[in-house]
Every structure is written in structure tokens, then in C-alpha cells.
Design a binder for this molecule. Structure first.
Ligand SMILES: [Zn+2]
Ligand SMILES: [Zn+2]
Ligand SMILES: [Zn+2]
Ligand SMILES: [Zn+2]
Length: 158
């Protein structure tokens, strides 16, 4: 049974100091200084390994997925990928739209704010209302099955 108040504040997996947030990828508790992907393992190693793949799909410049903390309770995450199609896009030229989603996460007695930067490429920006390219595909599938259902109902009614 969970008891409130018996949890120690988690400590940073890299240096042992009081942790700020949890890495959104490897789920380790980390202090502000080690929260960035390049500041702790296994994320630093993972980024280095995939450096050749994390490039803008339009122009090919390197894209750096990033996360950082502005305080112990406020964290920012920018995957560098389009929220619609999942492909990496550069900030300078090929991010058509940028927004932010805030998620509140409770960590024992503390509550953290995770700000997720959402970006869309020029293909997905006009489709963002339905979730970008991938979302558009899902909607098309949904609409065609709705169409098939309507057809079945119509033929039954005859
Ligand atoms: Zn640390
Ligand atoms: Zn990590
Ligand atoms: Zn680009
Ligand atoms: Zn896209």
C-alpha cells in the first residue's frame, strides 16, 4: 500500500544531487545540469549513434533533439520532429508552425511541468487539425469504413 510522505526525493542518476525531472526518453531522474540529452547516458550515446539520421528531411542539416530545464519543476522538450509525419525538420527554414503543449506530471509529492515543443513541416501544417499526414491517413481509413457501414445499412434497409 502506498504511503504518502515516505518517498525520498529522487536523486540524479549522473551525479547524485537532487533531481529535477525525468528524462522523457530513458526515464532516469536527473538534475537540471544533467537533464539535457547530451548530458547523460544512455541518451548522449543514443544521439551520437543516430546523428546521421537526425537531419532535416528537406535540406539535410543536422537537427538536435533537445530537452532542458528552466527550474526544478519546469522542463522543455523539443524532439525536432514534425508532430504530423514524425520526420525531423530544421528550425530555421523548414518548421512551418511551432507551438507548445504543457503536461503536468506528478512525481511523488511534487508536480512538474513538461512543455513539449510541437512543430509542423509545410506538408503537415495545413493538416494539423486532423493530426498531420499520419492522422490524415487514419481519417481516410475511418471515413471509408464509415462509408462501408452506411452502404451496409442502406442495402439492409432496401
Ligand atoms: Zn546531475
Ligand atoms: Zn535520457
Ligand atoms: Zn531544413
Ligand atoms: Zn510533417
Amino acid at each position: 500500500m502506498a504511503q504518502v510522505g515516505v518517498y525520498p526525493v529522487p536523486s540524479c542518476r549522473e551525479c547524485g544531487l537532487e533531481s529535477a525531472g525525468r528524462c522523457t526518453v530513458c526515464r532516469r531522474s536527473l538534475c537540471i545540469d544533467h537533464f539535457g540529452f547530451e548530458d547523460h547516458n544512455p541518451c548522449a550515446a543514443r544521439l551520437a549513434r543516430h546523428a546521421a539520421d537526425t537531419i532535416c528531411y528537406v535540406c539535410g542539416v543536422p537537427v538536435r533533439p533537445q530537452q532542458w530545464s528552466t527550474s526544478i519543476f519546469a522542463h522543455y522538450i523539443d524532439s525536432g520532429a514534425c508532430a504530423g509525419c514524425g520526420r525531423y525538420i530544421c528550425t530555421e527554414r523548414h518548421t512551418r508552425l511551432r507551438g507548445e503543449q504543457v503536461e503536468l506530471v506528478r512525481d511523488h509529492l511534487r508536480s512538474h511541468r513538461y512543455h513539449r515543443v510541437t512543430r509542423y513541416c509545410s506538408v503537415c501544417a495545413p493538416l494539423r487539425g486532423i493530426g498531420g499526414l499520419l492522422g490524415a491517413g487514419r481519417w481516410a481509413a475511418l471515413l471509408s469504413s464509415a462509408g462501408a457501414l452506411a452502404f451496409l445499412i442502406a442495402t439492409k434497409a432496401l
